[in-house]
Design a protein around this ligand. Structure first.
Ligand code: 1PR
Length: 587
């Protein structure tokens, strides 16, 4: 096409390209989708937002002839913008499920971040760039931060130096963007970095077909990189996440609700589902207020099949039109057979979420089943939802939501799980609950465990007259707290990491909705157990609670719901407070 308002998009259907599409349309451009290799060769401007894992993407490119067309297009120095995997595929090969050969246009191997250096992998979050070469698309970035989500990265070397336009630091210095002539690619997500201006710049550039190449000379490059290593922060920013628990109320409308220890019904006359607003509106509001990420949890997804739950998919589609930070969606991701005997794999369910605008999906109940199976057999079958989805979409796209409920013990050896002693603060956290006999709380574990609860019921009744009043129905983790399973939070976290989860969303049923602070003891235990990022959740009630969790644990993000829904504290105040306390956040 000769029309300057048309952009060609290479979307091979493996993931969420919706936000890129939305960003492009937002800017008044039309999209032409690549159907055949010829569409690539005929493109005037081509955007390749690679999604998913390296090997399946290369398979598609090789099997369709698109890989060859891409190589020709890029070698001809025609306007190109690759995003994320769209950068990695340009390299010679990747270690992701590999080695797997890439397009081989840029020298170097895409390798995994080294988690032994104490950095959590995947690298998920906002980080600063060190710009090393003039590149119009980076013009507006300056000291601003951009959003990354990846486990693999390419590293600068002598051989690829002439390609690099910026690097970033996360344990190692890695390549954040490349540019040569009219060919650009970025490891970060411009469409998720809080604004459409990066994409605008990409287009502005792509319209100036005669731009000159302006490389920074080699000595200056080296000098800058030395300084950069010295001066710039080495890890990514801490994040504040707004969470929307979504379900249908008794009138059949999809509403944002909020539980009190997972109980979402008003205990007034009508016993209604608490209604705190409309999902799309609130998500848009939180994005404007500075949320670094927005999570939707379809909290009845365990019983209603999510693909039958079209309003939820619609919520995602609409939200992704106005929210330009990452969206995570959870609820009901599992294998499912519908009433017509049609079978859907968890991968299909997740794919539908990704297609509708999710950047990450979050698995709750099904992750517990998978972990139990894995701990029992010690065999990775490759069939669990975690394994299947992470293989196709990458680990960074798979979050596991852990919903532990406390059990109080007199003796840690009473249980086959790891337990930890409550600190003073942990106990303070408890005081909101109707306990009468705190003296006997010496240890606790996190689990949900039906057989265990029966076993301990008698003992608990004896020792803890208070707790049974609240622990009605057992000690629970799955199906929104309706069923307990015999596995501890620690064991669960380690197992799902081994199965391929890229991030943990750590709730705490006891603290949920209480506004008394995060469960720092629990969060610390899980952060120390795994090397993937941990999102601390449940209990935020004041700005100090955020500083507390970030200063006492290695959580990479803190998630809150009620405090924002009830408009008690705006996201901005949380971030200003964190900054004042010396904790780096994106403002
Ligand atoms: O099991 O894969 O279908 O996923 C279901 C998902 O829904 C899980 O992630 C589970 O955590 C969530 N969920 C299920 N039931 C409830 C409920 O509230 N009845 N909500 C529920 C979980 C908890 C938090 C909450 C924080 C912060 N929401 O995410 O947002 O506790 O709240 P606060 O700041 O107000 O304290 P599956």
């Amino acid at each position: 096409s000769n029309d300057d308002s048309v952009v060609t998009l290479l979307d091979y259907g493996a993931g969420n390209v919706r936000s890129v599409r939305n960003a492009i349309r937002h800017l008044g451009f039309q999209i032409k989708d690549v159907q055949t290799p010829k569409d690539i060769l005929n493109a005037r401007r081509l955007i390749f937002p690679g999604v998913g894992a390296f090997a399946p993407a290369m398979d598609v490119l090789n099997n369709t002839g698109m890989g060859e067309a891409l190589c020709t297009y890029i070698q001809d120095d025609r306007p190109f913008l690759g995003i994320c995997l769209g950068l990695q595929l340009l390299f010679e090969s990747s270690e992701e499920n590999g080695p797997v050969g890439g397009l081989g246009l840029i020298p170097g191997v895409v390798g995994r971040f080294d988690s032994s250096k104490g950095f959590r992998v995947p690298h998920i979050g906002w980080n600063a760039l060190q710009i090393t070469k003039d590149s119009e698309i980076l013009d507006d970035i300056g000291n601003r931060h951009v959003y990354f989500v990846h486990s693999y990265r390419a590293m600068p070397s002598k051989e690829n130096k002439d390609w690099i336009s910026s690097t970033c630091n996360y344990g190692d210095e890695f390549i954040a963007s490349v540019r040569k002539g009219k060919v650009h690619a970025v490891q970060f997500h411009p469409e998720k970095s809080g604004g459409k201006q990066f994409i605008t710049h990409a287009f502005l550039y792509l319209q100036h077909v005669d731009c000159e190449h302006d490389y920074i000379s080699a000595p200056l490059y080296v000098g800058l990189s030395v300084l950069r290593r010295f001066l710039l922060p080495k890890s990514s920013l801490t994040e504040v996440i707004a969470c929307l628990d979504v379900r249908t109320n008794d009138e059949g409308d999809l509403v944002v609700t909020k539980g009190d220890q997972y109980d979402v019904r008003e205990h007034a006359e009508k016993n209604e589902v608490r209604n705190l607003g409309k999902p799309v509106e609130l998500a848009g509001q939180y994005y404007k207020d500075g949320a670094d990420e927005v999570s939707f949890l379809n909290i009845t997804g365990f019983r209603d099949f999510p693909l039958g739950d079209l309003p939820m998919l619609q919520v995602l589609r609409s939200a992704s039109e106005n929210v330009f930070v990452p969206l995570t969606v959870g609820g009901g991701i599992r294998d499912f057979t519908d009433s017509n005997d049609r079978y859907y794999s968890s991968l299909e369910v997740a794919s539908e979420y990704f297609r509708s605008g999710a950047d990450k999906i979050s698995i709750g109940s099904d992750a517990v089943h998978a972990a139990e199976e894995y701990l029992k057999t010690k065999v990775k079958t490759g069939k669990s939802s975690i394994e299947q989805i992470s293989r196709v979409y990458g680990n960074q796209a798979v979050v596991v939501s852990i919903d532990p409920r406390r059990i109080y013990l007199n003796d840690p050896s009473d249980v086959p799980f790891k337990s930890i002693r409550l600190t003073k603060q942990g106990k303070e956290n408890l005081l909101v609950r109707p306990f009468t006999n705190l003296k006997s709380v010496i240890e606790y574990i996190f689990t949900g465990c039906s057989w265990f609860s029966q076993l301990c019921q008698v003992q608990m009744e004896k020792n803890m007259p208070g707790i049974n009043a609240r622990a009605d129905g057992g000690l629970l983790v799955i199906n929104g707290g309706r069923e307990g399973r015999p596995i501890g939070a620690y064991e669960l976290a380690k197992a799902v990491e081994e199965l391929g989860a890229g991030e943990i969303l750590l709730n705490c049923i006891d603290c949920d909705g209480q506004g008394k602070g995060f469960d720092v003891d629990l969060i610390k235990m899980i952060c120390d157990a795994v090397s993937i990022p941990v999102i601390a959740s449940s209990g935020a009630g004041a700005v100090e609670h955020f500083t507390d969790v970030f200063s006492k644990t290695n959580a990479s993000a803190a998630l809150a719901a009620g405090i924002f829904h009830r408009k008690e504290v705006p996201i901005r105040s949380v971030k200003e407070h964190l900054l004042k306390e010396g904790i780096e956040v994106r403002i």
